[in-house]
Design a protein around this ligand. Structure first.
Ligand SMILES: [Zn+2]
Length: 67
């Protein structure tokens, strides 16, 4: 008794049962694309509140002298 509808993004038959965590989409990719392709932005725009700015060299925490 599977309930299937076309995926809103790609149109392939999609299982709408609770087993499908991406429902009503067929997969994570289709769900993210429908949400506005934020995943693409995530790869392009760094978090401005983060200390992990790759443009700045990290502090040398490993500069401790050996025993
Ligand atoms: Zn799809």
């Amino acid at each position: 008794m599977a309930t299937e509808l076309p995926c809103p993004n790609c149109g392939q038959p999609t299982d709408l049962s609770p087993d499908n965590r991406w429902r009503p989409f067929c997969c994570q990719r289709c769900k993210l694309i429908d949400l506005g392709e934020w995943f693409a932005e995530e790869h392009r725009i760094p978090a401005d509140d983060s200390d992990d700015d790759p443009s700045e060299p990290p502090m040398a925490d490993d500069h401790t002298p050996p025993h």
